[in-house]
Design a protein around this ligand. Structure first.
Ligand SMILES: Cc1cc2nc3c(=O)[nH]c(=O)nc-3n(C[C@H](O)[C@H](O)[C@H](O)COP(=O)(O)OP(=O)(O)OC[C@H]3O[C@@H](n4cnc5c(N)ncnc54)[C@H](O)[C@@H]3O)c2cc1C
Length: 559
């Protein structure tokens, strides 16, 4: 079937009827930077269909403020960017992938500019670009469009996709599960099932290859900087399809999320500290000065933990970001979106101290892939935040994720598709449509809250065996309950996402329990030391349970 750019909906039926699948060469799940970049490259090999669960620009990409790290200043070098990335990653980065990604940075900036993206300019730096500074970077290397960098990249890629004759993008199509089957003992992906959120009907897409670009999992936690789409769907779909997930305990908390009763998930970019803002406790003391040589610009894991420690020590709810050194005029010019948002809450940008707390921000682990984005399941690829490439190790360096997502998605898009063997296997099991539970909506709401609170309380910045045991026991029960409900009910987005956050939360807690050391983002009260041998955690979802193994990083074969 050939899709045209004017189509807005796939024909659907209730899945129990096993509708004939819609066909395309390449299916992409997600329309953030990874999905769009991949689609533009993959379209060289045939028609591409992108399914995205909300509106096309609803993504973490669209919210990225700080920018994209690339070596462009004459005093900078690839070696320095690699060294900063490895330092932040606390011994768990894969050096070969980091080196490749870092070297691609300048080319990426040039190709985005060629596509129409506009970045801030100045006379002072190489190629005329104004390069920002963020925590953990030893040089100015953050290419930005003030504090709307993600929006600039997302809209540039969306226009390129809209103008491409081989690419069709359908909004409000929520992927439910991957369609897999075994061929000669190996699992192969044949596409995915989906829910059309506007009609409530389900359907199937059959593809030669499928790209998972579904972003992160911040919504697993009660407090997050992530948008509502970040419900861990890709991690859970891949786990159910038989893929290994790596380093799922390595979740990055951003130190500076706005603390305000009316604000939901609003980030104050690290670039604000890069421009001179400092953290103070409620008595005005610059507490980070004594805790790390880089003070308020120490790596994110250090700053987030120190804020947590400081607020607990003093019994405060938040700390203050003192922006008076930047001044009102400069702040408004450099951070227009943040200024506007702060104004809505009565905070004068560049003058008033900003109340901030740490919040779940970024998943450094994910679905295990090789450098070309191949997962362990044939025909299934992953890129962006959902993928575990080894670039971020135990802690991501600021502004390295847009870079990693873009260059590795582009590389995966260059892989020539191999036709899937026929006949295709049975489609994924059709959900039954038993009558919904009485008060189903209310029960789902409570279960959502329960998972998210549990993750915050037991799988937060500081962990222990006792807390993780409770998390694992309760998440295992919630996963089973939501799976059963999904199997017996007509799918709704709340139910589908609950099924995904509870499985992903369980895999995160299991990985955290298995890692008996403190490293990077993972702090264990009962294991404060760092193991001399760096090891990655590999998790698999098998027969309703999760198996975790820790494997030495060196000599790690690609999946
Ligand atoms: C507030 C904020 C600020 C950030 N600032 C920076 C920064 O300055 N620099 C930097 O490098 N990184 C930053 N990050 C991180 C970075 O933005 C993300 O890691 C990156 O954009 C992820 O891109 P992605 O394409 O993997 O996912 P996303 O951009 O999140 O896109 C995921 C897509 O998948 C879709 N989707 C999800 N589930 C399904 C499903 N089941 N079916 C169909 N579609 C689905 C979503 O709707 C969305 O279109 C920031 C993140 C946040 C939240």
């Amino acid at each position: 079937m050939v899709y045209t750019a004017t189509e807005t909906r796939l024909p659907t039926e209730i899945m129990s009827a096993h509708p004939a699948p819609h066909r395309c060469t390449t299916l992409v799940l997600g329309s953030g930077v990874a999905g769009l970049t991949y689609a533009l490259r993959a379209a060289e090999h045939g028609p591409v269909l992108i399914l995205t669960k909300k509106s096309r620009s609803d993504s973490s990409t669209n919210r990225a403020q700080g920018g994209l790290a690339a070596v462009l200043d004459p005093t900078d070098s690839f070696d320095l960017h690699v060294a900063d990335t490895l330092e932040a990653g606390a011994g768990l980065c894969r050096r070969d992938v980091v080196e490749w990604v870092v070297r691609e940075g300048p080319t990426l900036v040039r190709s985005l500019t060629k596509l129409g993206a506009t970045f801030e300019h100045t006379d002072d730096h190489s190629e005329g670009l104004d390069l920002g500074l963020e925590g953990g970077h030893s040089r100015r290397r953050i290419v930005h469009s003030k504090d709307r960098t993600g929006q600039e990249i997302e809209s540039t890629l969306l226009s390129a996709v809209a103008n491409h004759p081989e690419i069709t993008l359908l909004e409000h199509h929520l992927a439910l599960d991957l369609w897999t089957g075994a061929v000669e003992g190996r699992q192969r992906c044949y596409g995915a099932s989906f829910l059309d959120q506007e009609t409530g009907a389900t359907g199937l897409v059959r593809s030669e290859r499928t790209m998972l670009a579904t972003g992160g999992c911040g919504k697993v936690y009660r407090y997050t900087t992530n948008p509502d789409i970040a419900t861990a769907d890709g991690f859970a779909m891949a786990a159910r399809a038989g893929c290994s997930l790596g380093n799922m305990e390595m979740v990055q908390f951003h130190p500076t999320c706005l603390h305000h009763p009316d604000a939901k998930s609003f980030l104050i970019s690290e670039a604000v500290r890069g421009e001179g803002a400092v953290l103070r406790n409620m008595s005005g003391e610059e507490f980070m000065k004594e805790r790390h040589p880089l003070g308020s610009l120490a790596p994110r894991d250090v700053v987030a933990r120190e804020i947590d420690r400081e607020t607990k020590r003093r019994g405060d709810k938040f700390v203050l970001l003192d922006v008076s050194g930047i001044g009102e005029k400069r702040f408004r010019e450099r951070f227009p979106a943040i200024s506007e948002r702060l104004g809505n809450y009565g905070i004068i940008a560049g003058r008033d101290p900003i109340p901030v707390v740490p919040a779940a921000h970024y998943m450094c682990g994910g679905v295990a892939v090789d450098m070309d984005g191949r997962t362990e399941v044939d025909g299934l690829f992953a890129a962006g935040e959902v993928a575990f490439t080894g670039v971020h190790g135990a802690n991501r360096l600021a502004s390295n994720s847009l870079l990693e997502a873009s260059v590795l998605a582009e590389r995966a898009g260059a892989v020539v598709p191999e036709p899937a063997t026929r006949p295709e296997p049975e489609p994924p099991p059709a959900p039954r449509t038993d009558p919904p539970l009485m008060d189903q909506g209310v029960i789902l709401d409570h279960e959502w809250d329960a998972v998210r609170s549990l993750m915050l309380n037991y799988m937060g910045l500081v962990r222990s065996r006792g807390r993780l045991d409770r998390a694992v026991t309760r998440l295992a029960e919630m996963r089973e309950w939501s799976e059963h409900l999904y199997r017996t009910n007509k799918p709704s987005s709340d139910l589908v996402e609950l099924r995904n956050i509870s499985l992903t939360g369980l895999m995160m807690a299991m990985a955290a329990r298995a890692r008996e050391e403190s490293r990077g983002l993972h702090t264990r009260l009962d294991f404060p030391d760092t193991d001399p041998v760096p090891r990655e955690s590999w998790s698999r979802f098998v027969e309703g349970g999760v198996e975790v193994t820790l494997r030495p990083l060196e000599g790690q074969p690609s999946p």
